[in-house]
Design a protein around this ligand. Sequence first.
Ligand SMILES: [Zn+2]
Length: 476
Amino acid sequence: MGLAKTKMQITFYGAAQNVTGSKHLIQSQGYRVLLDCGLFQGRRSEAREQNSELPFEARSINAVIVSHGHADHCGMLPLLVKQGFTGHIYCTNATAEVMRWILLDSAKIQEQDAEYYNNRLPEGEDPISPLYTTEDVEIMMKQVRPIPYFRIRPQWTILNERIRFKLYDAGHILGSSVIYLECVENGKTHSLGFTGDLGRAPAPILHAPEVIQEPVETFLTEATYGFRNHRPINDAKKELRELIEYAYKHKSKIIVPAFSLGRTQELVYLLHELTDDGEIPRLPIYIDSPLAGHLTDVFMAHAEDFDHESWVAFGSKGEAPLAFRNLIYTHSVEESKAINDMKGPMMIISASGMAEGGRILHHLKHNIEDPNSIIMFTGYQAQHTLGRKIIEGISPVRIFGKQFHVKAQIRKINELSAHADQNGLLNYIKQLKGLKSIFVVHTEVDQGTAFVEALQASHPNVSVTMPEKGYTVEIK
Ligand SMILES: [Zn+2]
């Protein structure tokens, strides 16, 4: 019996029939590249269990490529390093900065959670320690190797003599990339693409997603919104305008759970436009999240990643797109608390986006039982999160261990989502050349199934599947 030739393999360790914990391992002749190393989010106990251990030996990984700085794509990196990974972590320049803030925030939340839990330790239970600390984050950051988008510096990154990759702009959040990787095995070149998360086109501020120019045989695509289409962005603007007019008239507080990156800046950008055009009254808008403030600074430092339209709209007037008169960034806890005693009208934008933690919980607690308040969701709400419960009409809900009846008005503006919808995903994939197999990841089962069907109908000769967590496929 001769030696079996090893083939390129992919194992889907996370964001498989699920929207969080993105982790895909590529193996080729002993070399192991990890695409993303994200945290699982959702039910607390479950997330804790899924995040407590890596599904592979950290030491065995040779390199990591990170698609973007959302925690569900990079939030496990400090643990990977803590457990012995010594290789490089590649990502764009902006992602490196975004990731640092996101991970420091994540570490802080974990430190606080552990402290809170340990102070109320049930009898006989062992104290828990945070997955990682802020110090672990700084240690991990030393292994990061930022690289520019290929359009900015057209140069491949070489992992070894057989494997190279480049980063296209995914247009999802600042610094987000679509990863394109080539791997030579026994004289044959395998080509692989991974969306990370794909943005919408057109969207405010960021570039539209760039299409991979090379033939791509194997493609891993997200499908968060694979089951539906967003309305045009102008509809969202109209709805936003009406909502603000209503709030102004009724002195309502509009509470917006938002991710610190992505929706927050897009929303601020749209509000700035509407304000400048005189379409909405100047009501105070609070960005109550220190993290969002830091990330907005990163944003402003990476103007090269903005699209042309943003500059035409604001740059020409000498204005910063993410700053205007009635927009207030709050930093300290005291400033944050002070907002609770103020009267409406106002808008409060605060993290976290799925209302699972962070300052938004305080604002929800103070407003959720007030029929004059409005809770506005702008992003995807994963299963088992407080955000999902509220949009599904569940009442009462638990916040800080107490029951609250949901009497506030609930609104949803999906058009501000940083994710492509079904048409956006299909359009992107239609432009790819040389496809042989597509793996649908980063989706819940029902949504994913609908997308697999749509994709299969438009690509009858391509194998389309939605792999289960832990599944390994060999690429021929
Ligand atoms: Zn994302």
